[in-house]
Design a protein around this ligand. Sequence first.
Ligand code: PLP
Length: 385
Amino acid sequence: MTSIYAVPMIPCQRHLFDIPDEIIYLNCAYISPLLKSVRQSGLTGVGRKSQPWQITPEDFFLSSERARNLFARIIGATCDDIALVPSASYGLAIAMANIEVKSGQNIVVIEDQFPSNVYPWRELASRESAQIHTVKRPADDNWTKAIKATINEQTRIVALPNCHWTDGSLIDLIEIGALCRDVGASLVLDVTQSLGALPFDVAAVKPDYLSCAAYKWLLGPYSMGFCYVAPHLQEGQPLEYSWMQRAGSENFSNLVAYRDEYQIGARRYDVGEHSNFALMPMVIAALEQLLAWKIQTIYDTLSARNLYIAERASSLGLSSVSDQHRAGHFLGLRCKNGIPKGLLQRLASRNVYVSARGNSIRVTPHLWNSDSDIDRFFEALDTEF
Ligand SMILES: Cc1ncc(COP(=O)(O)O)c(C=O)c1O
């Protein structure tokens, strides 16, 4: 705990967002607000589509390459490993389309996992007569131990997040990745609730596929995302057969010289029309800001904030996953008797925004929050738990 307080922190960045003073928005896990710079990039992009004579063939590729590059830096990959996708689900469907599962094998997921990384596996399991093994929520919050105990020689796919989307409980993906490689299972990750705030290193975890929507912790717009595909899996089947995925498609005058070869690396898995003229510049502006702040420093800053909230909430009878088993950027406050009826509406009527997931009040502040936001959150939380 002490090390958290010893590291550099980022001061409140509210001035970079368009959030009125009276609003206490503690809900990044739901949807993050746009940075002013991100909004401006989107407006400029809309303007360019209004004047298409300014859009050149290179523009269909250059901003996409820039975004690929920035995302690759966040996870320690190369830009060739990154496909551009419109949602986490799309990236996970790429994984599903390219992993062979045999009858009798199993696919490991965790209890109450976000559905984007569950439905593809239910579908695949039912097609191939494979089994889904759902790891039950462990009483001691040690998901890593419970997941490792479930993986066996018949496990073909392990489909996980980095932290649970309801309460932030953390999964040690380095340990799980090593076990997956031992048993020959593919590791498929949905890191939508962590990437951008929780450091992630592709070289340490070695996932096969990693998918992430951009509109939460990456501070991007809705309908944009990224999918990392490990280098040995970059010759698989894309979900679409877009002209943009084919080699040489930058040359617009030669598009009907049809080519069988694809663009390099994971680009063959890109969604069609990925270079959305309004949304892609927004993604770029968001990723640039995250990298300027540094993911580790964002993590340390949010962790310190959440530790304070968790401690203060415990005196009201609200518990949370222990620091050891929780991703620092993410907090769920557990109500032993369930969330009091109408609590969220009462909080919203006082301009305080959090979410309810299961028995937890999900509190996910970010750099736009100030100390006084937290005081006002506790003032508004005037209920017995
Ligand atoms: C863990 C997780 N994954 C993914 C998503 C969004 O999924 P998609 O991009 O497939 O709509 C969410 C949204 O809440 C989420 O919490």
